[in-house]
Design a protein around this ligand. Structure first.
Ligand code: COA
Length: 164
Protein backbone atom coordinates (compact mmCIF):
# COMPACT_ATOMS: atom_id res chain seq x y z
CA UNK A 1 0.00 0.00 0.00
CA UNK A 2 1.24 3.50 -0.84
CA UNK A 3 2.29 5.75 2.07
CA UNK A 4 0.05 8.79 2.46
CA UNK A 5 1.79 12.16 2.26
CA UNK A 6 1.94 14.20 5.45
CA UNK A 7 1.85 17.97 5.02
CA UNK A 8 2.72 20.42 7.80
CA UNK A 9 1.67 24.03 7.24
CA UNK A 10 0.73 27.19 9.10
CA UNK A 11 -2.85 27.14 10.36
CA UNK A 12 -5.49 29.57 9.15
CA UNK A 13 -8.81 30.67 10.63
CA UNK A 14 -10.89 28.10 8.79
CA UNK A 15 -8.82 25.31 10.41
CA UNK A 16 -9.71 26.32 13.94
CA UNK A 17 -12.93 24.32 14.40
CA UNK A 18 -11.05 21.15 13.47
CA UNK A 19 -8.13 22.08 15.75
CA UNK A 20 -10.54 22.62 18.66
CA UNK A 21 -12.14 19.25 17.88
CA UNK A 22 -8.77 17.45 17.90
CA UNK A 23 -7.88 19.19 21.17
CA UNK A 24 -11.12 17.94 22.79
CA UNK A 25 -10.62 14.38 21.50
CA UNK A 26 -6.95 14.11 22.49
CA UNK A 27 -6.42 16.11 25.67
CA UNK A 28 -8.16 16.89 28.97
CA UNK A 29 -6.75 20.43 28.79
CA UNK A 30 -9.32 22.28 26.65
CA UNK A 31 -9.64 25.97 25.92
CA UNK A 32 -12.37 28.23 24.57
CA UNK A 33 -12.40 28.95 20.82
CA UNK A 34 -11.26 32.55 21.31
CA UNK A 35 -8.06 31.35 22.99
CA UNK A 36 -7.06 29.40 19.87
CA UNK A 37 -8.09 32.37 17.74
CA UNK A 38 -6.00 34.78 19.81
CA UNK A 39 -2.86 32.63 19.57
CA UNK A 40 -3.34 32.18 15.83
CA UNK A 41 -3.63 35.93 15.31
CA UNK A 42 -0.72 36.74 17.62
CA UNK A 43 1.74 33.98 16.62
CA UNK A 44 0.64 32.71 13.19
CA UNK A 45 4.10 31.46 12.21
CA UNK A 46 4.18 28.86 14.97
CA UNK A 47 0.56 27.70 14.98
CA UNK A 48 0.76 24.68 12.71
CA UNK A 49 -1.44 21.88 11.45
CA UNK A 50 -0.58 18.51 9.93
CA UNK A 51 -2.69 17.13 7.09
CA UNK A 52 -3.01 13.62 5.72
CA UNK A 53 -4.98 13.33 2.48
CA UNK A 54 -6.34 16.85 2.94
CA UNK A 55 -7.64 16.14 6.44
CA UNK A 56 -6.19 17.89 9.49
CA UNK A 57 -5.00 15.21 11.91
CA UNK A 58 -2.78 17.18 14.30
CA UNK A 59 -1.73 20.63 15.45
CA UNK A 60 0.76 22.52 17.57
CA UNK A 61 -0.05 25.86 19.17
CA UNK A 62 2.70 28.01 20.68
CA UNK A 63 3.26 31.44 22.13
CA UNK A 64 6.24 33.62 22.95
CA UNK A 65 6.90 34.88 26.48
CA UNK A 66 9.62 36.74 28.34
CA UNK A 67 11.10 35.28 31.49
CA UNK A 68 14.20 34.10 33.31
CA UNK A 69 16.34 31.58 31.50
CA UNK A 70 15.84 28.00 32.71
CA UNK A 71 19.54 27.38 32.23
CA UNK A 72 21.12 30.52 33.65
CA UNK A 73 18.39 32.21 35.73
CA UNK A 74 18.94 35.86 36.55
CA UNK A 75 16.27 38.47 37.36
CA UNK A 76 18.47 40.97 35.50
CA UNK A 77 18.38 39.15 32.18
CA UNK A 78 15.04 38.15 30.71
CA UNK A 79 15.01 35.95 27.63
CA UNK A 80 12.41 35.24 24.96
CA UNK A 81 10.94 31.81 25.47
CA UNK A 82 8.82 29.82 23.08
CA UNK A 83 6.05 28.04 25.00
CA UNK A 84 4.40 24.94 23.58
CA UNK A 85 0.83 25.52 24.74
CA UNK A 86 -0.73 22.44 23.13
CA UNK A 87 0.19 19.66 20.70
CA UNK A 88 -1.90 16.68 19.65
CA UNK A 89 -2.16 14.08 16.91
CA UNK A 90 -5.32 12.04 16.29
CA UNK A 91 -4.98 8.51 17.77
CA UNK A 92 -5.17 6.73 14.39
CA UNK A 93 -2.29 8.83 13.03
CA UNK A 94 0.15 8.46 15.91
CA UNK A 95 3.64 6.92 15.61
CA UNK A 96 4.05 8.15 12.05
CA UNK A 97 6.41 11.00 12.92
CA UNK A 98 3.71 13.70 12.82
CA UNK A 99 4.19 14.90 16.40
CA UNK A 100 7.91 15.19 15.79
CA UNK A 101 7.40 17.11 12.53
CA UNK A 102 5.04 19.56 14.22
CA UNK A 103 7.43 20.09 17.11
CA UNK A 104 10.50 20.48 14.89
CA UNK A 105 8.79 23.05 12.65
CA UNK A 106 7.26 24.85 15.63
CA UNK A 107 10.64 25.13 17.37
CA UNK A 108 12.33 26.36 14.19
CA UNK A 109 9.68 29.03 13.75
CA UNK A 110 9.87 30.16 17.39
CA UNK A 111 13.64 30.53 17.02
CA UNK A 112 13.89 32.01 13.53
CA UNK A 113 10.71 34.09 13.26
CA UNK A 114 10.22 35.13 16.88
CA UNK A 115 13.76 35.06 18.29
CA UNK A 116 13.13 32.53 21.07
CA UNK A 117 16.26 31.54 22.98
CA UNK A 118 14.69 28.47 24.57
CA UNK A 119 11.47 26.49 24.36
CA UNK A 120 9.50 25.42 27.41
CA UNK A 121 6.47 23.20 27.98
CA UNK A 122 4.53 21.45 30.72
CA UNK A 123 3.70 17.76 30.51
CA UNK A 124 1.86 15.36 32.81
CA UNK A 125 4.34 13.21 34.70
CA UNK A 126 2.38 10.13 33.51
CA UNK A 127 2.35 11.08 29.80
CA UNK A 128 4.96 8.61 28.56
CA UNK A 129 4.45 9.14 24.80
CA UNK A 130 4.84 12.92 25.08
CA UNK A 131 7.75 12.67 27.53
CA UNK A 132 9.52 10.28 25.20
CA UNK A 133 8.98 12.63 22.23
CA UNK A 134 10.25 15.66 24.15
CA UNK A 135 13.34 13.86 25.47
CA UNK A 136 14.12 12.63 21.97
CA UNK A 137 13.89 16.25 20.80
CA UNK A 138 16.43 17.40 23.40
CA UNK A 139 14.14 18.76 26.14
CA UNK A 140 15.22 18.26 29.74
CA UNK A 141 13.15 18.31 32.92
CA UNK A 142 13.76 21.61 34.71
CA UNK A 143 11.42 21.08 37.65
CA UNK A 144 8.27 19.35 38.85
CA UNK A 145 5.23 21.58 39.34
CA UNK A 146 3.08 20.02 42.07
CA UNK A 147 -0.66 19.76 41.36
CA UNK A 148 -0.37 21.69 38.09
CA UNK A 149 -3.36 20.03 36.41
CA UNK A 150 -7.00 20.48 37.46
CA UNK A 151 -7.20 16.84 38.56
CA UNK A 152 -4.19 17.32 40.84
CA UNK A 153 -1.57 15.58 38.69
CA UNK A 154 1.95 17.03 38.75
CA UNK A 155 3.63 18.45 35.64
CA UNK A 156 7.22 18.40 34.55
CA UNK A 157 8.40 21.74 33.29
CA UNK A 158 10.72 20.88 30.40
CA UNK A 159 13.03 23.14 28.46
CA UNK A 160 15.25 23.05 25.40
CA UNK A 161 18.00 25.57 24.83
CA UNK A 162 18.04 27.07 21.33
CA UNK A 163 20.94 29.51 21.48
CA UNK A 164 24.18 29.94 23.41
C1 COA B 1 2.46 13.08 22.15
C2 COA B 1 1.95 12.96 20.71
C3 COA B 1 1.69 14.37 20.16
C4 COA B 1 3.05 12.29 19.86
O1 COA B 1 2.61 12.32 18.50
P1 COA B 1 3.07 11.21 17.44
O2 COA B 1 2.76 11.75 16.09
O3 COA B 1 2.51 9.89 17.79
O4 COA B 1 4.65 11.19 17.68
P2 COA B 1 5.77 10.68 16.67
O5 COA B 1 5.23 9.60 15.80
O6 COA B 1 6.36 11.87 15.99
O7 COA B 1 6.82 10.05 17.68
C5 COA B 1 8.13 10.59 17.85
C6 COA B 1 8.76 9.87 19.03
O8 COA B 1 8.02 10.12 20.23
C7 COA B 1 8.05 8.95 21.05
N1 COA B 1 6.71 8.37 21.19
C8 COA B 1 5.59 8.75 20.53
N2 COA B 1 4.55 8.00 20.96
C9 COA B 1 5.02 7.13 21.85
C10 COA B 1 4.41 6.10 22.63
N3 COA B 1 3.12 5.81 22.53
N4 COA B 1 5.19 5.41 23.49
C11 COA B 1 6.51 5.67 23.60
N5 COA B 1 7.15 6.65 22.88
C12 COA B 1 6.40 7.36 22.02
C13 COA B 1 8.94 7.96 20.36
O9 COA B 1 10.26 8.21 20.80
C14 COA B 1 8.77 8.37 18.91
O10 COA B 1 9.81 7.99 18.07
P3 COA B 1 9.73 6.52 17.34
O11 COA B 1 8.37 6.38 16.76
O12 COA B 1 10.82 6.62 16.32
O13 COA B 1 9.98 5.53 18.44
C15 COA B 1 0.68 12.08 20.64
O14 COA B 1 0.91 10.88 21.33
C16 COA B 1 -0.57 12.74 21.19
O15 COA B 1 -1.26 13.49 20.50
N6 COA B 1 -0.90 12.46 22.48
C17 COA B 1 -2.11 13.03 23.09
C18 COA B 1 -1.96 14.51 23.32
C19 COA B 1 -0.78 14.81 24.21
O16 COA B 1 -0.50 14.09 25.16
N7 COA B 1 -0.10 15.92 23.92
C20 COA B 1 1.05 16.35 24.68
C21 COA B 1 0.61 17.13 25.85
S1 COA B 1 2.00 17.75 26.79
Amino acid sequence: MQEKAIIVREACHKDLFRVVEINRICLPENYPYYFFQHLLERYPGCFLVAEVDGEIVGYIMNRIEKGMSSFNPSPFRLVKKGHVVSIAVMPEHRRKGIGRMLLEWGIRSMREEYGAEEVILEVRVSNEPALSLYKKMGFIVVKTIKGYYHDGEDAYLMSKKLVG
